[in-house]
Design a protein around this ligand. Structure first.
Ligand code: FAD
Length: 253
């Protein structure tokens, strides 16, 4: 029915408001809990900004902000940077007026929001890296930026620990940019599976193995009566879904 098609279309969209709000929250709220950045944290933050400046498919002012931040971080000869100095630099530059969740809006205020946008941000960056191997190959040598950011900065410590355990088990086997897309997709589904039915689940957005058959029928196969993923199709779907061309800039409030 038409209603079903419209619903599927709405869910399959990726909104720039979520990605920019995620970045905004990351830079203004999550990072602010670290008064000084140094050592491995500083390195991770620099790498995250470098990759984002090159690959985040944002609007020109946002990309400009990331480039300015990157140039500033690279040119500073300091091995310790106070967060206030980062704040001074980013507060003069327009990122987003306020945090605005659209595709990540929960049915209650405490549900979804930032963590949803963080997943989307990292899937987007990982897919952009696979789509632009020449730009990203030198930048991703030290592993997935998502993994390193989450290790050092993600405010949900229990989440970071679970994620770190999964990364330890299998990150080393990820040898290509495309495998990195599939690795993050698969781990996100492991988290979805673990959280299905949990208190943190939004009843309006049940945790499912993603993409569901209505979003990507070709991603699902049955082999000897058992469900199996067609990973070539999943990769194609990820490349389309987290593509800059699938990002919507307009939404109705
Ligand atoms: P999310 O899981 O946040 O997904 C956001 C969107 O991504 C979905 O709406 C869908 O469009 C898309 N998506 C879904 N699955 C996939 C996939 N496999 N690949 C690509 N795209 C997909 N919460 C806890 O309570 N405990 C935890 O241990 C925990 N660990 C986390 C670890 C990490 C690294 C992150 C980023 C978050 C973690 N969270 C955890 C938060 C949790 O995963 C959800 O973000 C939160 O419950 C909000 O869920 P959501 O319905 O918005 O969907």
């Amino acid at each position: 029915p038409l209603y079903n098609i419209i619903y599927v279309c709405f869910r399959s969209k990726l909104y720039m408001a979520d990605l920019e709000s995620g970045l905004h929250y990351l830079l203004r709220v999550e990072l602010a809990t670290h008064k000084t950045l140094e050592g491995a944290e500083l390195k991770t933050f620099k790498d995250f900004v470098t990759i984002s400046a090159k690959l985040f498919p944002g609007r020109p002012p946002v990309v400009k902000l990331l480039e300015t931040l990157q140039e500033w971080l690279v040119s500073l000869p300091l091995d310790k940077i106070p967060y206030d100095a980062i704040l001074d630099l980013i507060s003069g530059i327009f990122l987003t007026k306020r945090v605005q969740w659209v595709g990540c809006q929960g049915s209650r205020a405490e549900l979804r929001g930032y963590t949803c946008s963080l997943w989307k941000l990292f899937h987007t960056l990982t897919v952009q890296a696979a789509l632009q191997p020449k730009v990203s190959q030198p930048l991703t040598k030290q592993g997935l930026p998502a993994v390193r950011y989450i290790q050092h900065f993600f405010g949900c410590k229990a989440c970071a620990q679970h994620f770190e355990e999964m990364a330890k088990e299998s990150m080393d086997s990820v040898k290509t940019l495309e495998k990195a897309v599939l690795w993050l997709w698969e781990k996100h589904n492991v988290v979805n599976n673990r959280l299905a039915g949990d208190l943190s689940e939004d009843p309006k957005f049940p945790k499912v193995q993603w993409p569901t058959p209505d979003l990507c029928p070709a991603c699902h196969e049955e082999i000897k009566g058992l469900h199996s993923w067609n990973e070539d199709q999943v990769l194609q779907f990820m490349k389309n879904h987290y593509n800059s061309e699938n990002i919507l800039y307009k939404y109705t409030e």
